[in-house]
Structures are given as C-alpha cells and as structure tokens.
Ligand binder design. Sequence first.
Ligand code: ATP
Length: 202
Amino acid sequence: SKFIVGLTGGIGSGKTTVANLFAAQGITLVDADIVARDVVAQGSVGLKAIEAHFGAEILTPEGELDRAKLRQQIFNHPDEREWLNQLLHPMIRAEMLAQVEKATSAYVIMVVPLLFENGLDRLVNRTLVVDISPELQVKRTVKRDNVDVSQVNNIINSQCSRSEKLAKADDVIDNQGEISSLKRQVLALHQHYLQLSGNDNA
Ligand code: ATP
C-alpha cells in the first residue's frame, strides 16, 4: 500500500529526464519498459511460454527472444497479438507492483509510456503527465534518435492525444522550457507528493 505516482507522456516528452530528477530526490523508480524486457529475459517464465506457443524459431541462436520475428508473427494477426498481451500484461503488472512493495522511498514513481492506453492508470494513486507540443516532440526525438520526422509522427499518432492525456492528468509538468524550469516543477511536485503520501516532514 505504497503511494504510487504514474508518470507518462508521449514520445520525446521528457519522461526519462523527469524520472531522473525524482530519483535524484531519493525516490524509487519502477520502469515499465525495463519490466517488460525482464519478463521475457532469457530463462524467464514469459519467454518459455512464448517459445511453447510460437516454437523455437521465435528465439535467436543465442536463445534470446527474436523481437523482429515476434513482431512479424503478431503483425496482422490480432488473435496472436491478443494472446501475447494476455500473457505479458498480467506478468508486467505483477512485477511492477512487486517492485513498488519492495521500495523504501516515501512514494514511488512508476514510469509508464502507455499509462492511459494500457489502462495502467488504474494501478496508481495519481497521474503525472509530461506535456510538450507535438512539434517539440518531433524536434527533440529526431535530435536524440536521428530518425525520420514521419516515423516520429506515426508514433505520436498511435499514442493517446495530447488533449486526452491532459484531460486525464492529475498533475502536469510543462517541459517546453529550460531544464531549470523542469527542475523547479519537479521539486514542487516532490513536496506535494511527500504530503499526499503522508511524509511531509522531509
Ligand atoms: P521516449 O518516450 O521517447 O523514451 P522520453 O519521454 O523519456 O522519451 P526524454 O528522453 O527524457 O523523453 O527526452 C527526450 C529528449 O529531449 C532527450 O534527448 C532529452 O535530453 C531532451 N530534453 C528533455 N527535456 C528537455 C528540455 N527541457 N529542453 C531541451 N531538451 C530536453
């Protein structure tokens, strides 16, 4: 029964940057992307189930999950995609909650890129959206990843819209400005979350 803040935002919005600022205040991060990789790591129950379902061809020669092959298998096969989600989503949820319970910080930041899209907002006490315009999302992601504008736009369009995210957010960080402004906003929210989680003496 830890106080959980769900941190989300679109591609290139600054989730990682914000999460690291909370971590610098001693707050434990639970990262959905890392957990999603761990549940299909070599030797995991998740990977064994995937191998049993799709066959050993789904593995690389080294015995790891061949992600490109898995993408091929579920592309245009909604039933296979559904099977995979039914397998992995409960495992990911359970592992994230296990990490939350192990945490010793006053509250926990759960970093979940698709928090609203995957209904994980139901697991958290409060949602925090990192907000920037789609134009800045494109600019910062292209600069960071050296990818095409059209690729970034496709990802933006596959995610829940800026206005939907803002409507669902309990708290919003505006990341259109300087990092110094980001730091100020994180420090203020940190104090707020200490209060909400019943640790206002820090
Ligand atoms: P993704 O979902 O794509 O992994 P993200 O939401 O975690 O992205 P970050 O990686 O934190 O986003 O930020 C995207 C890029 O923008 C990074 O290169 C980061 O250094 C840069 N960035 C973040 N905030 C700012 C800012 N306020 N000013 C300038 N650059 C920034």
